[in-house]
Design a protein around this ligand. Structure first.
Ligand code: ZN
Ligand code: ZN
Length: 257
């Protein structure tokens, strides 16, 4: 039995596109509340819906939180839409999908649907605003971060435990605020030091480590490493910049927050 009120399972953690041993970004959050397990997905990137079946019945998901509308974070909402709408057991009830303001239109376009109804009968698309999302046991705060499109870092709190998720982000105050004193900081590390990395796009392992240090995060989990990089090198960068416990996210691993 878990000692933490919040558990996270890595469904997919490959950076920017699916790799040979992982789908793109997707994380399953679970917490007990009112006598049952509540399940929320952080992102549903390409390839992740297939992998999700390995860990849980996808029809038991209560909500999805999308960090931003790049394909590697949202595209498997297309397959999930089909699964819920056309399931032989009958259409499933609408579930909330929090995300950027344009999510409903963009997902309709991704599936080549008319905007009305688009996926609006399957998903209740809700834009992040300045208020925290209160959903079952979860309290979620979204902060805008720097990335080429509107993107959010997400801070999820359950019974005094805090998970911070970077989504995709360059170094910025929104990211550090999200990671402040977090029990577990799930942070992207797509870049490597010494390369001509464009600004305001992604983090190196060293930048992820420094952000965790500056924010006082208690544990660091590196994710979103693209298959073209060596994860051990990214990890080594982060270890130099952060004194706490740091690890590489791996598909199928569950962490108590
Ligand atoms: Zn990404
Ligand atoms: Zn992105």
């Amino acid at each position: 039995m878990s000692g933490s009120p919040l558990r996270i399972t890595v469904i997919g953690c490959s950076g920017s596109y699916p790799g040979p041993s992982s789908s793109a970004s997707c994380y399953l959050l679970e917490a007990e509340h009112e006598g049952r397990t509540w399940r929320v997905l952080l992102d549903l990137g390409n390839g992740a819906l297939g992998a999700l079946h390995t860990y849980v019945d996808p029809l038991t998901i209560d909500a999805v939180l999308v960090s931003h509308l790049h394909a590697d974070h949202c595209l498997d909402l297309c397959g999930y839409y089909v699964m819920r709408k056309y399931h032989p057991g009958g259409a499933l009830p609408k579930i909330p999908v929090w995300g950027p303001a344009d999510s409903a239109r963009r997902m309709a376009k991704a599936y080549d649907l008319d905007e009305d109804p688009g996926m609006n009968e399957e998903f209740d698309f809700i834009p992040y605003d300045n208020l925290a999302v209160e959903f079952g046991p979860f309290r979620v705060t979204a902060r805008e971060v720097v990335h080429p499109v509107t993107a959010y870092a997400l801070r999820v709190e359950v019974d005094g435990r805090t998970l911070a998720y970077s989504g995709d982000s360059g170094v910025c105050p929104g990211l550090e605020d999200t990671a402040r004193d977090a029990d577990l900081f799930l942070c992207e590390a797509s870049f490597m030091e010494g390369a001509p990395n464009p600004p305001d796009l992604h983090l190196t392992g060293a930048e992820a480590g420094r952000t965790a240090t500056d924010a006082g995060s208690r544990r660091l989990l590196l994710t979103h490493i693209p298959p073209w990089h060596d994860p051990e090198q990214v990890l080594a960068e982060a270890v130099k910049a952060y004194d706490g416990e740091v690890a590489l996210a791996t598909p199928g691993t569950t962490y108590d927050v």
